[in-house]
Design a protein around this ligand. Structure first.
Ligand code: GCO
Ligand code: MG
Length: 417
């Protein structure tokens, strides 16, 4: 007797999914989760990004324990039905664990679709509207000078956009090395001070404009550490330095305050990496509080929802800036670039220069060239996986399971990441 879970309608070809499983590997020390979907056509398989570094074991469990029962035997061309099925069979709506699993399958099925068509995914999405994605890279240091030294190196290598993060003496800053606190009366030895941050951030950007000149685009990530009013104070203090964007001024709990913060801020406001559903991200885009939407594509369920989100953003004048640091797998990075080159409303792409072990595990991983990310022109994502190499870089919990809650104020209370 057939059920909802068997093929609900005749497929165009007798092609079926034969397996779905998670591949977890940490070639840079950062756990990456990639879903592999196999089919009954010899050699035809797909890869998708399911990387939720802090809780990778939970994602791998969903993929390995729950998904084969839903997907094996189904036609891999039914991408939307299959990914909806994964979400709806759980009844309770998705959070980041399930969404990453969905994304892994979604992107793997787009990879298979591209391989069957003999086309790169960006062509399946409608084709390029630009040659490549301009990207920003990270410059960080424990002092302003160290941060700007790094920025100069990146600019010499061709970067036109750099994100600056510094710890000033005695304080750690997000994205920069932890240094001991020298704040008078600190009860917590590595405490971070909002007051000191608001005072120091303009010094970093003033020094940056003096040393790096006017041409380069400068970006900064607050990483959700401010209240709405503090966010406005920071944004206004940075006005003379003409930022390309100011990222994550508020934690997601306060996103309803973003329209007021954006209205009072003299630079583009970028937000979204902590969104864990594409419908929340749509509300963000249409709510008037964001200039650049930068979701972590696997956290909102993959390429299919991100593509829809990009279209809605285009309609309301919001640009894209997809999240793409080292805890995005190379497949996720390729999906970002496929969106970038096919979206008229592309703003910027966060770039990551993967180290050689990543290229060894994932041949075809994109490389930043003169600050540009070009999509692969091979069918699908144009990226393979060497599972023997992947096994040489096993993931562990290391400190990635607890890193995010690493900052405390000088009184010892936790800072929202
Ligand atoms: C960014 C980020 C990241 C996150 C990381 C969390 O690149 O903008 O905020 O570096 O901190 O992805 O795991
Ligand atoms: Mg960020």
């Amino acid at each position: 007797m057939s059920s909802n879970f068997d093929n609900p309608w005749p497929s165009r070809e007798p092609l079926a999914i034969t397996g779905v499983r998670a591949i977890v590997t940490a070639p840079e020390g950062i756990p990456l989760v990639v879903v592999r979907v196999d089919t009954d056509e010899p050699g035809l398989y797909g890869l998708g990004c399911a990387t939720f570094t802090q809780r990778w074991k939970a994602v791998a469990t969903i993929v390995d324990e729950y998904l084969p029962r839903l997907l094996v035997g189904r036609y891999p061309g039914d991408i939307t039905d299959l990914t909806q099925l994964i979400g709806l069979t759980g009844y309770w709506r998705q959070g980041p664990v399930v969404n990453n699993a969905i994304s892994g399958v979604d992107q793997a099925l787009w990879d298979i679709a591209g391989k069957r068509a003999g086309m790169p995914v960006h062509e399946l999405l409608g084709g390029k509207v630009r040659a490549a994605a301009d990207c920003y890279l990270h410059a960080a240091g424990s002092t302003i000078d160290e941060t700007l030294d790094r920025a100069e190196q990146l600019i010499e290598q061709g970067a036109r956009h750099v994100r600056l993060q510094a710890s000033t003496p005695g304080r750690a800053g997000y994205g920069a090395p932890q240094v001991p606190s020298d704040y008078p009366g600190a009860l917590y030895p590595n405490g971070w001070s909002v007051k000191a941050y608001l005072r120091d951030a303009p010094k970093l950007f003033k020094a940056a404009r003096e040393r790096l000149g006017e041409e380069v685009e400068l970006l900064h990530d607050v990483h959700s550490r401010l209240t709405p009013k503090e966010a406005v104070v920071l944004a206004r203090s940075l006005e003379p330095y003409r930022l390309f964007f100011l990222e994550d001024v508020l934690a997601p709990e306060w996103w309803d305050q973003l329209p007021a913060v954006r209205a009072a801020s003299p630079m583009p406001i970028a937000v979204g990496e902590l969104a864990t559903s594409w419908t929340d991200a749509v509300r963000l885009v249409t709510g008037g509080g964001v200039d650049m939407i930068r979701c972590h594509v696997s956290d909102i369920g993959g390429l299919t929802p991100a593509r829809k989100l990009a279209g809605i953003a285009e309609a309301v004048g919001v640009q894209t800036a997809w999240h793409g640091p080292g805890d995005t797998s190379p497949i996720g990075a390729a999906a970002n670039v496929a969106l970038d080159v096919t979206s008229p409303n592309f703003g910027i792409q966060e770039g990551h220069v993967y180290s050689e072990p990543v290229h060894e595990v994932f041949p075809g991983t994109l490389r930043v060239t003169d600050g540009w990310l070009f999509p692969n022109e091979a069918p699908g994502w144009g990226i393979e996986v060497d599972e023997q190499a992947a096994a040489r870089y096993p993931a562990d919990l290391s400190n990635h399971d607890r890193w995010a809650a690493g900052a405390r104020l000088i009184d010892g209370s936790l800072v929202k990441p």
